[in-house]
Design a protein around this ligand. Structure first.
Ligand code: GUN
Length: 285
């Protein structure tokens, strides 16, 4: 048996189309949703992400504001930009692209964003709201993973879920979302003993560790749904390639369904960012 491939690219296009249709319904008299993205420094991967975010924001009929700052920007200068955007009524979503340069305290910056405009869901207020079952802005990548899982499996209640990775951006919020869906959730990480055995329990396996092809086919329970969040650039056979945290070639022989890299989770992240911006707009109006 080979696994079904979960087409995140196609699913993301339907999410974006739904958002664009809602924005179009607002009509000419209304202010359109506005998303501000702040990029500090010149990390090449971040530049690609920010360019794609801007393009897709505009395609959805929203207003895009980009703030580009030099790598030597001070924390107080960045905080001033955030304060200005917090007060700007034409801006409904604010995203600070990570990682930030080392002179800047990332958590302090994230907590300076107005929680109502925090479309990344990284503000401690939104983290707390998600953990306590209140209406929250939810981080885009785990939200995209959850949409793919629910589309594939319907109700997730009672299922064994294993999340590999405990980052604030993906692993922890993913675990919270799966818990909210009544899964039995295990969070595994670099210090987990016998990671392969823990993974073999999973009916739902989410890999978000940033290690190329860490999860092998024989770590996967037959028929499991595998969500690969990893985007790792490697050199192989003299070529540069993008690979996930799951060893796709062996996993596809065992899993019931799997997301590819690229074309799986990646496109869902920006689609969910647009959906969160629309949500923020609706709550602010
Ligand atoms: N860098 C990598 N992933 C993300 C993300 O989801 N949001 C932000 N702001 N930066 C990132």
């Amino acid at each position: 048996m080979t696994a079904d491939i979960i087409d995140g690219k196609a699913f993301a296009a339907t999410v974006r189309a739904r958002v664009a249709a809602r924005v179009a319904e607002l009509g000419d008299n209304e202010m359109v949703p506005g998303l501000a993205v702040i990029l500090v420094g010149d990390d090449p991967a971040s530049q690609v992400y920010v360019r794609n975010k801007r393009k897709q924001t505009i395609e959805a009929g929203m207003r895009s504001e980009e703030v580009r700052l030099g790598a030597d920007t001070s924390e107080s200068e960045l905080l001033q930009h955030i304060a200005r955007l917090n007060a700007d009524p034409t801006i409904h979503g604010i995203l600070v692209q990570l990682p930030l340069p080392p002179q800047i305290d990332t958590l302090r910056v994230l907590d300076a964003v107005d929680p109502a405009k925090d479309v990344d869901g990284f503000h401690v207020t939104n983290v707390g709201r998600l953990a306590t079952g209140q209406a929250a802005m939810v981080p885009c990548t785990p939200l995209g993973c959850l949409m793919l899982l629910k589309d594939r499996l319907g109700s997730l209640a009672g299922r064994e879920a294993v999340v590999v990775g405990r980052s604030n951006i993906v692993g922890k919020p993913m675990a919270q979302l799966l818990l909210r869906e009544n899964c039995t959730v295990t969070v595994a990480h670099s210090r987990t003993r016998d990671l392969a055995e823990v993974c073999r329990r999973a009916e739902i396996l989410v890999a978000a560790v940033g290690q190329p092809r860490l999860v092998k086919g024989d770590w996967i329970r037959p028929g499991a749904t595998v969500i690969d969040v990893g985007i790792n650039r490697i050199e192989e056979d003299g070529k540069s390639r993008l690979v996930g945290d799951v060893d796709f070639a062996s996993a596809i022989e065992v899993a019931g369904a799997i997301t590819p890299v690229p074309g799986g989770v990646g496109p869902m992240t920006i689609a969910c960012l647009l959906a969160n911006t629309l949500t923020a707009y609706c709550r602010l109006h």
